[in-house]
Design a protein around this ligand. Structure first.
Ligand SMILES: [Cu+2]
Length: 170
């Protein structure tokens, strides 16, 4: 049993001795503490990332403004279709005094337009002459005064063939 204690004691001595040797070696290899690099401000990197994010957001805001411009209120749409047999699908339109109406002409054959005429026979508004089926054109008019207006097609003798209708403002 004694010999075991001696062995343990010897082992402990050698470990301590080795530790001392290593300690001396470490002291020699220690680097200079004066050579610390001063800290940079790391804010500049974060700022450049934020600029990239705002550039991506501008694309979506453009799409949103296009949609909101359509939201004009209090404009009634009246759709009138013209056919190849020189006729409209509408003969009469009734309007309240002061009402704003958007007339939408939908083309479905032949060559036609839609013209608005006041009670004195004067042209007030009108669409382009359309000749391609499926095309449409429109105009908007506010009827400030009571009275009788007309709409008709100005192409050839289409009006005389019956391509006209009445608009009553009351
Ligand atoms: Cu016509």
């Amino acid at each position: 049993m004694k010999s075991q204690y001696v062995l343990v004691g010897l082992l402990a001595l050698t470990v301590v001795a080795a530790g001392c040797l290593n300690g001396e070696a470490d002291i020699e290899e220690q680097p200079d503490e004066d050579s610390e690099v001063p800290e940079d401000d790391s804010d500049t990197e974060e700022e450049s990332e934020q600029v990239e994010e705002t550039e991506e957001e501008t694309d979506t805001t453009e799409e949103e403004t296009e949609e909101t411009s359509e939201s004009e209120d209090e404009v009634r749409q009246v759709e009138i279709t013209g056919f190849s047999d020189n006729s409209y699908d509408t003969e009469e339109v009734e309007v309240e005094q002061g009402e704003t109406v958007e007339f939408v002409y939908n083309h479905d054959g032949g060559q036609h337009d839609l013209v608005l005429e006041d009670g004195d026979g004067e042209r007030v508004e009108g669409t382009e002459v359309l000749s391609a089926s499926g095309d449409s054109d429109s105009f908007t008019y506010t009827f400030e005064e009571e009275g009788d207006y007309s709409f008709f097609c100005s192409v050839g003798s289409h009006r005389a063939q019956g391509m006209e209708g009445s608009i009553t403002v009351s």
